[in-house]
Design a protein around this ligand. Structure first.
Ligand SMILES: *[C@@H]1O[C@H](CO)[C@@H](O)[C@H](O)[C@H]1NC(C)=O
Ligand SMILES: *[C@@H]1O[C@H](CO)[C@@H](O)[C@H](O)[C@H]1NC(C)=O
Ligand SMILES: *[C@@H]1O[C@H](CO)[C@@H](O)[C@H](O)[C@H]1NC(C)=O
Ligand SMILES: *[C@@H]1O[C@H](CO)[C@@H](O)[C@H](O)[C@H]1NC(C)=O
Length: 381
């Protein structure tokens, strides 16, 4: 018979799954804004001057991951004009899907995980070395992407670097890359306005936290993403606390921090991707918004406000409980894997990430409720 622990772990799984099945944002090396897996399709909204008029281009094509994973994340390899996708396919949790933005084609890189847990990590892609550094269950790992724009036939490997110098007990990592230093925010016992640092070139954790002058960012969980330069290494990253109360930009040359407008949509499940002249938010209802940004111009940045990327809303409108007419297909729809842009009606119906996840959430809330009832039922037996 079903044991209570089994039912509890089922409930736990249901809850974990309810967390999100997510589309993701990324720029290509020409700073065209891409959104993958939104309403079941991939979109290119062009450069910033094109975001507030017209429509994004449907770039959905064969070989893409289904974007049915949880916590899907995307990264730009600027030197190679490649976008790497993690957790884009729940049937291949360790794979890295590679979008060659020049050739507009997909391939799937197989990856050996070792101790790295693809369901529990946060990572950054180092700009100059094209190496991922990830914190997974309190252990630091790296994955060297070489110069890949298409997958290599041999598997890559997550290599164990070791434990950070700081305590990771109950730490939900907040990580950002700048100047080949990995910055860890919201580290236990580190005060607001400071970060722990891993120096990639020396594979070395700085023993002392680095503090930043200016507007003190809070010691709280949030999202971080690095601004790019026209070329060369990143110097700044944005940190958005989960409450969305402000946007902090941390400059690692001057070691200072500036508070800018928080996103209009306060959403702790939102994800972010910065370019050179903007910070873009993808909210969990699928709304894409951006904050214009100009490095070194504090006055302009302080006055800037968030705007909608209407070119994406025009083709993939945000979901909303009242506007979800996803025609009763529940969450069955992830079968469009790899089908080409041609005959592909399934993209419009049913998969969890359609409509930015809100539908999936509601469906899953039902499943969670059922699991909860089951637990209570067994508890009463
Ligand atoms: C997704 O992320 C959340 C929060 O970080 C985590 O609790 C959950 O386990 C993750 N799920 C998967 C399947 O990666
Ligand atoms: C790709 O595979 C070849 C042959 O197995 C290997 O020599 C090369 O280092 C690999 N590239 C990367 C980036 O791992
Ligand atoms: C900024 O912080 C980094 C990392 O701790 C340090 O190497 C650098 O010397 C600092 N720069 C200044 C101007 O204080
Ligand atoms: C959501 O639904 C409400 C009520 O039907 C509507 O007024 C609103 O415009 C919708 N929002 C979006 C983003 O579709």
């Amino acid at each position: 018979m079903f044991s209570l622990p089994t039912a509890v772990s089922l409930l736990f799984l249901a809850l974990a799954e309810a967390a999100r099945a997510s589309p993701c944002l990324a720029f290509d090396a020409n700073f065209n804004l891409h959104v993958f897996g939104l309403d079941g399709k991939d979109w290119n909204a062009g450069t910033q001057d094109q975001w507030t008029s017209g429509s994004a281009t449907d770039i959905t094509t064969s070989g893409r991951p289904p974007f049915d994973g949880s916590n899907t994340t995307c990264y730009l390899a600027q030197f190679y004009n490649a976008i790497y996708v993690m957790n884009g396919d729940k049937s291949q949790p360790s794979a890295v899907h590679i979008y060659d933005a020049g050739a507009k084609s997909w391939s799937t890189q197989s990856v050996t995980t070792g101790g790295f847990d693809p369901s529990n990590f946060v990572t950054i892609l180092d700009h100059d070395t094209n190496v991922f550094y990830a914190l997974s269950k309190g252990e630091l790992y790296f994955l060297d992407m070489g110069a890949l724009t298409t997958a290599n036939s041999s598997a890559l490997t997550w290599n164990d670097v070791g434990k950070p110098s700081f305590s990771t007990d109950n730490y939900q990592p907040v990580m950002a890359i700048a100047q080949n230093h990995v910055h860890f925010l919201d580290v236990p016992n580190v005060p607001a306005g400071s970060a722990q640092i891993f120096v990639i070139h020396f594979s070395y954790f700085q023993p002392e936290a680095q503090s930043y002058s200016g507007d003190t960012f809070p010691a709280t969980h949030g999202q971080a993403t690095s601004f790019f330069q026209e070329s060369g290494v990143q110097q700044e990253f944005a940190f958005i606390p989960d409450d969305g109360s402000a946007t902090y930009v941390i400059n690692v040359e001057t070691n200072s921090s500036t508070a800018l407008a928080g996103p209009t949509i306060k959403d702790s499940s939102a994800t972010y991707f910065a370019g050179i002249s903007s910070l873009v938010q993808l909210a969990s209802d699928g709304t894409v918004s951006y904050l214009p940004y100009k490095q070194g111009d504090a006055q302009t940045n302080k006055a800037a406000s968030w705007n909608k990327v209407t070119a994406i809303a025009a083709v993939a409108p945000p979901s909303n409980s009242s506007s979800n007419s996803v025609s009763g297909s529940g969450k069955a729809g992830a079968s469009s894997t790899g089908s080409s842009g041609g005959a592909k009606p399934s993209g419009s119906a049913g998969s969890d990430q359609s409509n930015g996840g809100a539908v999936g959430r509601q469906v899953k809330a039902g499943a969670v409720g059922a699991a909860l009832l089951a637990v209570l039922g067994f508890a009463l037996l």
